[in-house]
Design a protein around this ligand. Sequence first.
Ligand code: IP8
Length: 260
Amino acid sequence: MFLIKLGGSIITDKAKKYAFKEEIMDRLSSEIKKADKEIILVHGAGSFGHILAKQHSLNQGYKDDTQLQGFSDTHAMVQQLNSLVLASLHNQDIAAVSIPPHAILQLDDHKPSKMDYNIFKEYLNKGFTPVTFGDVVLDKTLGFSICSGDLLMQLLAEYFNPEKVLFVLDEDGIYTSNPKTDKNAEFIEKATIYELEDLTTSADDHADVTKGMQGKIETIKNISRLGIDTILLNGNINNRLYDTLVGRKTKNTFVHGEKR
Ligand code: IP8
């Protein structure tokens, strides 16, 4: 089984509220279909979630009742993005089923407290493609907070032990620094978690309530420690996802999993 995250920056324009990149999503759906693998798909919230979540300080937990509308609006928008993703997968005859995190998972001070894995397992066993996404969720200590798609990747990797974990980004993979702001940034083709230890990345300019690339590196380290390989690849380039899924050589960053 492959565990794939479509980053918010690849399926939405993070600078523009509610801007879905339909053409890119449709191509990624067709590459997933063509590769014909067992998959659990996770997607980020992009401009459907981060802008609103920041406006209402949702990741800091409950402060006052004015946030309640913000919470439900944010949920409605990420659910809408999820419907667009599902529609694109359905157009390729992929039997994708939505699993909204807020209904199956609870956090406790941002850390996982309860999660229903069985629902993923049952859909997977019946031949469906479960699709979940970064969402607003209940939090035991904070009242509510945000569950990022990256946290879902970590939890699902831990439970399902996938063959590979794939992050589809709007960059070729990991660089020694942020390639959008540093022209000396060097591309990393292969790395171990030890090599990632010293990496400095800067957060991007857009509202990102879940730490962006810096958070992703942390997630990848945690996945690597499970002994699972992670590959980061550019979803803007034709067939990078397909080639990676079928094990063909293409440009991407390979992070070798090492159990610790
Ligand atoms: O885009 C964030 O998920 P991510 C979810 O995977 C919300 O970090 C609601 C902003």
